[in-house]
Design a protein around this ligand. Structure first.
Ligand code: AHR
Length: 510
């Protein structure tokens, strides 16, 4: 009997084991009748830190720049991110957040103090991009802001003041200050991080200590806020256990998780010039997100069976060596078809676990790590990752259709990963979308999709290229972009899809 994996029942470990017994037949079954939930659009969130050229020289060029801008923010970036339908944007860090004192970034720009960005390149930060700049930019983007508060080097009073400054509609010391600085109405910021990576750059705390810190700081953050605790580093399940045990449910809305797809932290390898071995190991790390989500969720289920607390994967993506000749502290890397594969696989995992994963943030939006946009002077390119995020945005706030998947193996030497991953949803207009990924570096995959309902037409787009190492460059910005997909046919309730090697396809069924 052929073995199957189902996103309802089996983990990636089970999936790896069972996939060894598979024969040459991929099958995806849509379980349209199974009870399910909305895929929270916030799964498609992004992250912008004061790091390298993400803010300065990326988003923000200043209002005197010759590059067209709105209040100093590049118009071409605003337009590209609107097309992406960015639902939320996390700022100002990352590690930077626990060194950031928000009052440094308000008021007349020429009076703002400078600080040293100790985590990222040791450069001088002039604070010209601050709270107003970020929150106004989010309004331009149509994205909800997600502010990461400083609990590492800041005080509870400072964080409480920030909440009051941006959210309080009545008269108060902080809302008066906001109005003096030109903003009458509050921005109503809902999403708040209470520190970042408290186990590391956020203060090197033990989970027991951080649980108390979280309780203390969050107590003084008033209003109807969605408060997110600094979560585990990848497979540190004890962190999740201790936080869930020690923070009362009524004080907690989200618990973070950070996981980067890395070959080896000591040998991350080049972003473009990589081997199949490195590609395979990156895919292994990306697929491991499924195990992480299942195991952290299982711990959360013990303390929170009704799933009140969201798992917020507020940093994910590929991480390689910085591009040769760039500042090692700026984390600038190119973006290839390998990154498109990370994005496709990861977003399928998030969709399929959207009962618990209700927010996530790709690291980072512009010029840093797995960026969706790279800039050089006035030029801008959209990366393969951008295109995957854009193709997948049909799943935002759609109803998940659970899938069972039987996949061939992608075999490298004597290691295996499932070649095919998928997720599906039905949008508010009743249109079904399926996203399919084949990570195999050389073999195409033919997939039979049992749709469970009758459809008359199938249309779709594909993202692929001739080489895994291909990327968009400033000389060839559109080398990789989605094109119409001709490899799907539908007959009765059965869809047949032919996926080329390392490709991402999103289909629309009507
Ligand atoms: O995204 C880069 C860094 O990675 C963030 O600042 C930190 O939170 C993480 O370690």
């Amino acid at each position: 009997m052929k073995k199957q994996y189902s996103y309802i029942r089996t983990g990636i470990l089970g999936l790896l084991l069972s996939s060894q017994a598979l024969q040459a037949q991929n099958k995806v079954t849509l379980r349209a009748d199974a009870p399910t939930q909305t895929i929270n659009k916030n799964i498609y969130g992004h992250f912008a830190e004061h790091l390298g050229n993400c803010i300065y020289g990326g988003f923000y060029v200043g209002d005197s720049s010759a590059i067209p801008n709105v209040k100093g923010v590049r118009k071409d970036i605003i337009s590209a991110l609107r097309t992406l339908k960015v639902p939320n944007l996390r700022w100002p860090g990352g590690c930077f957040a626990d060194t950031y004192h928000w009052k440094d970034g308000i008021g007349p720009k020429d009076k703002r103090p400078t600080i040293v960005n100790t985590w990222w390149g040791g450069v001088t930060e002039n604070n010209s991009f601050g709270t107003h700049d970020f929150l106004d930019m989010c309004e331009e983007l149509g994205a909800e802001p997600y502010l990461a508060g400083n609990v590492g080097s800041g005080t509870p009073q400072e964080l409480a003041d920030w909440v009051q400054y941006v959210n309080f509609p009545g008269k108060s010391p902080m809302s008066d200050l906001r109005q003096q600085n030109g903003r009458q109405q509050p921005w109503k910021v809902h999403f708040w991080g209470v520190g970042n990576e408290a186990w590391g750059c956020g203060g090197n705390m033990r989970p027991e200590y951080y649980a108390d810190i979280y309780r203390k700081y969050s107590t003084f953050m008033s209003g109807n806020l969605f408060k997110i605790a600094s979560g585990a580093n990848s497979s540190d399940y004890n962190w999740t256990e201790v936080l869930m045990k020690n923070i009362p449910l009524h004080m907690l809305d989200g618990l973070a998780l950070h996981h980067y797809s890395v070959v080896d932290w000591n040998k991350k390898g080049d972003a473009v010039d990589f081997t199949e071995e490195q590609y395979f190991q990156t895919m292994r790390s990306a697929c491991f997100m499924d195990t992480l989500v299942r195991k952290h969720s299982a711990i959360m289920d013990k303390y929170d069976p009704k799933k009140k607390v969201a798992l917020v994967v507020d940093e994910w993506g590929g991480w390689y060596n910085v591009e040769a000749g760039t500042n090692p502290g700026f984390l600038y890397q190119q973006n290839t078809m390998r990154d498109a594969m990370i994005a496709g696989v990861t977003l399928n995992i998030f969709n399929n676990h959207s009962d618990r994963v209700r927010m996530a943030n790709l690291a980072q939006t512009v010029n840093v790590l797995q960026a969706v946009i790279l800039t050089k002077g006035e030029k801008l390119i959209l990366t393969p990752t951008y295109h995957v995020m854009e193709m997948y945005n049909v799943h935002q706030d759609a109803t998940l259709i659970p899938v069972s998947i039987q996949s061939n193996n992608y075999t490298y030497k004597n290691e295996q990963l499932p070649a095919v991953t998928a997720s599906a949803s039905k949008d508010k207009a009743g249109v079904t979308h399926i996203s399919l990924v084949n990570i195999d570096a050389s073999k195409p995959q033919e997939i039979t999709v049992e749709t469970g309902a009758s459809y008359k037409s199938v249309n779709g787009r594909i993202l692929t290229s001739s080489k895994l190492q291909d990327c968009n460059t400033f000389n060839q910005p559109d080398k990789i972009k989605p094109v119409a997909f001709k490899g799907a046919t539908i007959k009765n309730n059965q869809l047949t899809v032919k996926l080329p090697p390392f490709s991402v396809v999103v289909l629309e069924l009507k």
